[in-house]
Design a protein around this ligand. Structure first.
Ligand SMILES: Cc1ncc(COP(=O)(O)O)c(C=O)c1O
Length: 382
């Protein structure tokens, strides 16, 4: 772990376009859908119609590309719009995809339940095993889809090794980097071709804007813009781009706070004898911690733990929390808890329930007291 990218705070604070727009310090929202031509014989304006490109959205794309170390980016209406556009840009009928088995449920539903309609099949593999990933690669495989860490069990893939395997086998790699953000992980530098994000999470940071992005080489992004971007039309609005630009300004600050809080919460849970396992790659006893510190510069505040109680008891604990609200997303200022399911329903042989915790910007001690009170209340009544 070498710490965040040098000068990241300056990158998010500084705009190349400060001198334009009468010195406005926030980039203006270009609300308009179309841009008129100066005249029939004038050189074309780079902007013609906001389903293609829009200056506010473009500014966000420029910044995201810079933060991820990519040449260009394309922003979309949601994380799923970005993920589906990135995948569709690489496949055609008859192709095969290899994907990590713990991938985000929406991505899995797209690959497993929707793409087969168009003759594209997917094999889901344990992403922690390079031999398994390699063994699943067939002659007609074109894409290796990664998500590291995953967002239920927080399992990692060895990103550089996966990218090298993909290069050897002629596959494109896509990696969902929503959990780590470019503050803590830059997969393009490790050889991945395309990074995708749900900007709805940490980047937006305020639970008030849905968005997604694909980042990669100029050529790959141009292909996505010209086809999946304008033809499927799942574009980001200028207003959303402005909210995302605002989120980016404080992203490193917030990630630093989440890093600290995440570790405090993970240490607290580690001290509870009745919790079976904490899934958080930042803990030194996490089975992939060595790989984690090799390829990441820090860890967020979304983790899960395994608790051997009946489902109703875990749900009663979640209901007893004051600051952690029941909710399925993450990345905002507010803390959330999600009682996911019995481990047996998630393909695990261990007993117990998987509970996911997202710690927001509250004082870590308030969150720990909140959990302790809820545990005391539930265990006293058990
Ligand atoms: C890891 C991950 N990737 C992608 C998505 C999809 O993002 P969105 O909800 O912005 O479409 C989610 C949403 O929960 C997610 O958790």
């Amino acid at each position: 772990m070498s710490g965040m990218k040098p000068a990241i705070y300056t990158t998010v604070a500084h705009d190349e376009h400060d001198e334009r727009h009468h010195g406005a310090v926030t980039f203006p929202i270009y609300q308009n859908t179309l841009f008129s031509f100066a005249g029939y014989h004038q050189p074309a304006n780079p902007y013609t119609y906001s389903r293609g490109t829009n200056p506010t959205v473009r500014e966000l794309e420029r910044k995201l590309a810079e933060l991820e170390g990519g040449e260009d980016a394309r922003c979309c209406a949601s994380g799923m719009a970005a993920i589906s556009a990135a995948i569709l840009s690489r496949v055609q009928a008859g192709d095969h995809i290899v994907c990590v088995d713990q991938v985000y449920t929406g991505t899995r539903a797209f690959l497993e339940g929707w793409l087969p309609r168009f003759g594209v099949s997917t094999t889901f593999v344990n992403g922690a095993s390079l031999p398994d990933l390699e063994a699943a690669t067939l002659e007609h495989t074109v894409l290796l889809y990664l998500e590291s860490p995953t967002s239920f069990f927080f399992e990692l893939q060895d990103i550089a090794a996966c990218a090298a395997l993909a290069k050897r086998r002629g596959l494109t790699t896509i990696l969902d980097n929503s959990w780590a953000t470019p503050c803590f992980q830059r997969p393009l530098e490790l050889g991945v071709d395309l990074v995708v994000h749900s900007l709805t999470k940490y980047v937006g940071g305020h639970s008030d804007a849905l968005g997604g992005a694909v980042i990669g080489s100029r050529d790959n992004i141009r292909r996505i813009l010209e086809k999946e971007g304008v033809l499927l039309g799942g574009v980001m609005t200028a207003h959303t781009a402005s909210l995302m630009l605002r989120g980016l300004r404080t992203l490193p600050l917030r990630m630093e706070r989440y890093r600290q809080t995440g570790r405090i919460v993970a240490d607290y849970l580690s001290g509870l004898a009745f919790i079976n396992r904490i899934n958080y790659p930042g803990l030194p006893n996490h089975p992939q911690h060595k790989l984690a510190i090799q390829q990441m510069d820090g860890f967020g505040s979304l983790l899960s733990f395994e608790w051997d109680v009946p489902l109703e008891q875990a749900q009663a604990w979640a209901d007893a929390l004051r600051y952690y609200r029941n909710g399925c997303s993450w990345g905002g200022y507010e803390s959330l808890v999600l009682v996911i399911a019995p481990l047996s329903e998630l393909g695990r042989s261990e007993p117990g329930i998987l509970v996911r915790l997202y710690s927001g910007l509250e004082e870590p001690q308030a969150l720990i007291d909140d959990m302790a009170n809820a545990f005391a209340a539930i265990l006293a009544g058990a």
